[in-house]
Every structure is written in structure tokens, then in C-alpha cells.
Design a binder for this molecule. Structure first.
Ligand SMILES: CC(C)(COP(=O)(O)OP(=O)(O)OC[C@H]1O[C@@H](n2cnc3c(N)ncnc32)[C@H](O)[C@@H]1O)[C@@H](O)C(=O)NCCC(=O)NCCS
Ligand SMILES: Nc1ncnc2c1ncn2[C@@H]1O[C@H](COP(=O)(O)OP(=O)(O)OP(=O)(O)O)[C@@H](O)[C@H]1O
Length: 204
């Protein structure tokens, strides 16, 4: 077997605070051919209709699920202002997401680069096993404008979520690369392309 066949993919951990542009940037990495594991999408599967965690969530937080699985508005109202409740929820969700991430890694073991989109990478020690951390960042004004424009979002909910997340300035300090989304989309895409090229070159 050649050395190349033995090599595991270089794992990029993509993170950033609410509304900074993670999903948009993750799609740009996918456009460059990088397989993307989306932790939020994994949570949606686990909580969706017939999802593996729906029953357990109902027993921990009665009244927060229905025929469509978890009602995220109701579950959010139960946990987002209550650290102890949120921690109980995380204790069942994070191990299940971790397993899905491992399965994804096995399924893409031939790729040179893969990307884990992990919103809470710094907050929940998801940095273990990640080779290169990319932080997606924008100005506070852009972040606020984007988030408050979303349906079902209030300033109160936004402030609660921000208080649960590591400040952007701290994330930027800990990043291996920063992608700026307070610039036109084409410039952000260029930054993503540069990052992919640099990482591929580091493998050669
Ligand atoms: C609390 C829930 C039901 C709220 O759902 P809702 O659709 O209203 O919001 P959404 O998921 O889009 O989250 C909004 C923002 O809150 C942040 N957030 C979500 N969970 C957490 C958390 N445990 N700690 C800090 N921030 C969080 C997200 O990163 C995002 O920036 C949902 O976020 C959830 O089930 N969270 C627990 C699982 C988790 O930790 N997910 C985050 C990454 S995998
Ligand atoms: N240069 C840019 N790069 C990325 N996104 C941009 C840019 N300019 C404007 N936007 C817009 O900003 C928004 C970012 O939202 P996105 O869902 O990607 O954020 P997110 O960080 O994934 O949010 P959350 O943490 O809530 O999941 C999108 O509507 C996107 O079109």
C-alpha cells in the first residue's frame, strides 16, 4: 500500500458565532469539492420526525415534541435561558452527533480534506481531533442585522444565545484561519478558495 492510501483526511473545523455566515461559508467549501459534515443538520435529523432522540427529549422536556418530532421553538424556550436544562439536553445530543461525525469520517476517508461545521467547536471541546480551525467572522453590526432579520428571532433571544457563546474576538484569536463575511460574497469565496489551496499544498 502506498503512503497516500494510508493517510487520513485533513480535518477542518469550521465555527463562528450566530449569524456570522458559517452555513454560507460551509457551502463554499463544498463547492470546492470538500465533503462537509453539518452538526446542525445532524441535530435536526436526531430531533426530526422519527428521530432517534425524540422520545428521550419528550421524557426530559414534556410537551416539547409532537408528530413532527421536536418543536424547536418550544424546546428553545425551555432550555435557552436555563443553563442546567441546556446542559441536560446537550448530554444526550452531543454524543449522538459525535457518533454521526465518526461515521461521516469513515465514509469519506479517501478525501484529502474534509470539513466539520461545528457551531460550538470552542464552547464544547469539539476542537479535539480537528487539524485546522477556521473561524467565520463578521462585524458586530452585520451579525446583529442578519440575526434580527430572521423569522422567530427577538433581541432577547439573540442576547441569550450570544451569552452562551464565546465572544467573536476570542474565537478569532484561537483560529488557524479567519474567513471574513463582512465583505462581498465573491471576496469571501476567494478567501475560501485560498484556504483550500493552502491546505492542499500543505499535504503535498
Ligand atoms: C435549543 C434548540 C432547540 C433551539 O433551536 P432553534 O431552531 O430555535 O435555534 P438554532 O438551533 O438555529 O440555534 C440558534 C443559535 O443558538 C446556538 N445554540 C444552539 N444550541 C446551543 C448551545 N447548546 N449552546 C450555545 N449556543 C447554542 C446555535 O449555534 C445558533 O447560533 C436547538 O438549538 C438545540 O436543540 N440545541 C441543542 C443542541 C446543540 O447543542 N446544537 C448546537 C450545535 S450542534
Ligand atoms: N460575504 C458574505 N459571506 C457569507 N454570508 C454573507 C456574506 N454577505 C452576506 N451574507 C449573508 O449573511 C447570512 C449568513 O447566514 P448563515 O446562515 O450563513 O449564518 P450562520 O453563521 O450559519 O448562522 P447560525 O449560527 O445561526 O446557524 C446569509 O443570509 C448570507 O447570504
Amino acid at each position: 500500500m502506498t503512503e497516500e492510501n494510508n493517510r487520513r483526511p485533513l480535518i477542518i473545523g469550521l465555527t463562528g458565532s450566530i449569524g456570522m455566515g458559517k452555513s454560507t461559508v460551509a457551502e463554499m467549501f463544498a463547492d470546492e469539492g470538500v465533503p462537509v459534515f453539518d452538526a446542525d443538520a445532524a441535530v435536526h435529523i436526531l430531533q426530526g420526525p422519527g428521530g432517534a432522540l425524540v422520545e428521550e427529549i419528550e421524557s426530559l422536556f414534556p410537551g416539547t415534541t409532537g408528530p413532527e418530532g421536536v418543536d424547536r421553538q418550544k424546546l428553545g424556550a425551555a432550555v435557552l435561558g436555563n443553563r442546567e436544562a441546556l446542559s441536560r439536553l446537550e448530554q444526550i445530543i452531543h454524543p449522538a452527533v459525535g457518533q454521526m461525525r465518526l461515521d461521516f469520517l469513515s465514509a469519506n476517508s479517501d478525501a484529502p480534506l474534509i470539513l466539520f461545521d461545528i457551531p460550538l467547536l470552542f464552547e464544547k471541546t469539539g476542537a479535539d481531533g480537528v487539524d485546522h480551525i477556521v473561524v467565520v467572522s463578521a462585524s458586530e453590526a452585520d451579525q446583529e442585522e442578519r440575526v434580527l432579520a430572521r423569522p422567530n428571532m427577538t433581541r432577547e433571544k439573540f442576547e441569550k444565545i450570544k451569552s452562551l457563546q464565546m465572544p467573536d474576538a476570542e474565537k478569532r484569536k484561537r483560529a488557524d484561519s479567519v474567513i471574513d463575511t463582512s465583505v462581498p460574497l465573491a471576496e469571501t469565496r476567494q478567501q475560501v478558495q485560498n484556504c483550500v489551496q493552502k491546505l492542499k499544498a500543505s499535504l503535498a
